[in-house]
Design a protein around this ligand. Structure first.
Ligand code: ADP
Ligand code: ZN
Length: 721
């Protein structure tokens, strides 16, 4: 080949042809560096016939500059990238950016210069420097990383380097991965666990596509069971990918993993340092990173010989990416398994309705672990009718729940209160003029965060200082907090039990793996009596001494009314309930609700998971909702309100005739403004068999819209905001 078609990481330019200079070997999948104008870009050599490009004469071709010294991207991964781009209507280049994260990961090995805190005080101290030094005690990293960690500009860090407070150190980017030992510390499985583990081992051994639902109740030992699949893959010299829904869970996972296999696995997530990122990427590509644990983007890494994919807490909607390529990592994982002929294990105590349906109709194998490990029993779940047993005025914890917490404190046991709302109060209102403080960029109320004394928008991240007087009428001390968030519940806990040690656990307080590790060790050491947390604490954690879970407001999730509201509420409460009584001591769960007769609450109390899923599945079938029908949302946004509305109207008007689909809308999105952009939505509801993507491509591909308008397609949407 003396000509190569190269797909660049940059979506703005399509694939381009280049000359392969004499003496260079480039094959399909090779990662190459090519010139574009004055720039050098990374790309992958792709099959010529996949793209239409403008023919360029041989004499006008520019040379490929270099072939990167890593194995070529395998055809299976190239096909997966194409499938993802096709299915989610995303540019292939955007998918490619997930495969080739950055050119620094591909550059030559060797050392990287980082800066380490020296402890030397700078001759001149400023407020910014002081702030940075306080946050960066003992830290090391790139200028950019340090600046981000301290919340200061790069210039502040550079100033501190000049002043001697940080010194340069050379770090090797390529410390080798130490082999994992499948026999390091095997566990004795129970008979139920062993049955499931045997099937998983056989699936890994078969080296064939097999989607498997590992359906075990909370605390049944699903992790121990799928570790047997990991061990089998290791024995066979194959790699394993474990996807976790939340980085906060990795620390606890790493500990267990190390205990079982002797070493930690490789990591892949967004808050990783670039040196680690490079090392993992290379290790994945050459096969030396045997097990990778990561967030959804780890799915697109170029594994040399993947043998198994595990999606833990597979029902979690955080596996759906909501920007860029809007893919669902669980679904793409299954597709990768199909393309690479390997088992994909979806582990959950509360499977997604879609996954459970696939098992029901025999497309997925279902392995059930019906009981908890050891002496642990399933917790007792009861509902607490807030109308019958209301909290005191201005309080949110009903007397029965208060007494239950009290009992735990007396016995030296721990309690967890769950409310899926960050901050102190979801709404701040002026009692003088009635003004409600809204985000200037979004259709949403500013949420008070009392710990940081700020108002925050949970949609765009806009922050304001908590004003002392009403911004509308100027009245002083007139602002009141309406409704509870976790911080407010924690305040109530402190007022009720001044002696108890309580902690707020949310993405604000546990924002990285180090915080998560600290949180876990404090709870494990018994330094915490009462945890007040959001969905962050509903899953994964195993605290043996935690025996009470209180759900502050079970009705919250049912309000939105999107198609998965009931399913999601069920999963969330069942998961948080699953944190109670995981060891010898029995667990109790109290669910505060205004509608104890709601099907979700009744199913939870009666422990009738399958009856609930069956009814919910029938309702979906009746409505033609997923998985029986298909949805795609089209979101039109612009800074100009009428431009967004007009474009949405034109898109609707040009909808093709589709016998097997209906187009709803346009209508202003529930989040009618987001980050300063007005938003309109259309929803396409199609039959299962309808060629939805082709129809969308034909339809939207023909249209043009003003430059300031953005049109996004969300296939299989999970968010209806
Ligand atoms: P799940 O993921 O199903 O909620 P875990 O895998 O976290 O359950 O297991 C719950 C607890 O029980 C963990 O502390 C785990 O180490 C322990 N456990 C489960 N199975 C075994 C076993 N066979 N031997 C020893 N400990 C086990
Ligand atoms: Zn906002």
């Amino acid at each position: 080949m003396n000509r190569a078609r190269v797909l660049l990481r940059t979506a703005a330019v399509g694939p381009l042809d280049y000359r392969v200079p004499h003496g260079m070997t480039a094959q399909h999948g090779s990662i190459v560096e090519v010139p574009l104008g004055p720039r050098k870009l990374m790309g992958v050599v792709w099959e010529e016939e996949k793209f239409q490009v403008e023919e360029v004469g041989d004499n006008r071709l520019r040379n490929i500059l270099a072939v990167v010294d890593t194995p070529p991207i395998r055809p299976e991964l190239r096909r997966l990238a194409e499938w993802t781009a096709d299915y989610y209507l995303a540019p292939l280049a955007a998918v490619m950016r997930m495969i080739l994260p950055s050119s620094s990961a591909l550059g030559p090995g060797g050392t990287i210069i980082e800066y380490r805190h020296t402890g030397t005080a700078p001759p001149r101290m400023t407020a910014q420097r002081e702030l940075a030094l306080e946050k960066l005690d003992g830290e090391q990293g790139l200028v950019r990383e340090l600046a981000a960690k301290a919340g200061v500009t790069d210039a502040v860090i550079r100033g501190l380097i000049k002043a001697g407070s940080f010194e340069a150190v050379e770090v090797s980017g390529d410390a080798p991965f130490i082999p994992l030992d499948p026999e390091h510390q095997p566990v004795d499985l129970t008979a139920e666990q062993a049955t499931a583990a045997t099937r998983l081992r056989a699936a890994v051994e078969a080296e064939a596509f097999s989607p498997i639902l590992l359906d075990g109740v909370t605390g049944s030992g699903k992790t121990e069971v799928y570790f047997e699949a990991v061990a089998e893959a290791l024995r066979r010299g194959r790699q394993v990918l474990v996807l976790l829904p939340e980085i906060a869970l990795t620390q606890a996972f790493l500990k267990r993993f190390k205990a079982r296999f002797g070493m930690e696995p490789a990591l892949w997530h967004s808050s990783m340092r670039s040196t680690q990122r490079r090392r993992t990427w290379r290790g994945v590509a050459d096969g030396s990173a045997q097990v990778v644990v990561g967030a959804r983007s780890a799915l697109f890494l170029p594994y040399a010989n993947l043998g198994c994919i595990i999606v833990d807490e597979a029902h979690e909607t955080s596996f759906k990416q909501e920007d860029g390529v809007r893919y669902h990592a669980r679904d793409v994982a299954v597709m990768r398994g199909l393309m690479e002929s390997l088992p994909v294990i979806l582990a959950s105590a509360t499977p997604a309705l879609e996954s459970r349906h696939m098992a029901e109709i025999g497309r997925y194998e279902q392995l059930v672990i019906p009981s908890r490990f050891g002496k642990a029993q399933m917790p007792d779940i009861q509902s607490l009718d807030l109308l019958q047993d209301p909290p005191e005025r201005g309080r949110w914890i009903a007397p029965t729940l208060v007494r239950a917490i009290e009992e735990r404190l007396e016995r030296g046991e721990q309690s967890l209160l769950f409310l899926n709302r960050r901050g102190y109060a979801p709404l701040t209102l002026c009692r003088h003029c009635g003004h409600r403080i809204q985000c200037p960029n979004c259709t949403s109320w500013m949420v008070e965060h009392r710990l940081t004394r700020r108002l925050a928008c949970h949609h765009c991240g806009h922050l304001e200082k908590l004003p002392e007087k009403c911004p509308e009428c100027g009245e002083a001390d007139s602002l009141v907090a309406c409704g509870p968030g976790v911080e407010r519940i924690c305040e109530e806990v402190q007022a009720l039990f001044p002696e108890a040690r309580s902690v707020v656990a949310t993405s604000d307080t546990i924002s990285n793996p180090a915080h998560a590790a600290e949180f876990v060790s404090r709870v494990e050491a018994g330094a915490i009596d009462i945890i007040v947390g959001t969905q962050l604490v509903t899953k994964g954690y195993h605290f043996p001494n935690l025996t009470l879970v209180g759900v502050i407001d079970a009705d919250l999730g049912l309000e939105g009314g999107d198609l998965r509201a009931a399913e999601r509420t069920f999963q969330q409460i069942a998961q948080v309930a699953g944190r109670a009584g995981r060891a010898e001591k029995p667990g109790q769960v109290i669910v505060q609700t205004r509608s104890p007769g709601h099907a979700v609450i009744e199913a939870l109390v009666a422990g009738e998971r399958d009856a609930f899923y069956d009814a919910e599945t029938e309702a979906r079938r009746h409505a033609g909702a997923p998985p029986f029908g298909r949805l795609a949302a089209i979101i039109i946004s612009s800074e100009d309100q009428s431009e967004a509305a007009e474009t949405a109207r034109i898109i609707k008007a040009s909808a093709p005739e589709m016998a097997d689909a209906i187009v709803y809308g346009p209508a202003p999105a529930p989040l009618a403004m987001l980050r300063g952009r007005y938003r309109q939505r259309l929803l396409v509801h199609a039959r299962r068999s309808a060629p939805l993507q082709d129809a969308l491509r034909g339809w939207l591909g023909k249209l043009d819209w003003p430059r300031g308008v953005r049109v996004t397609v969300d296939v299989d949407p999970y968010s209806f905001m």
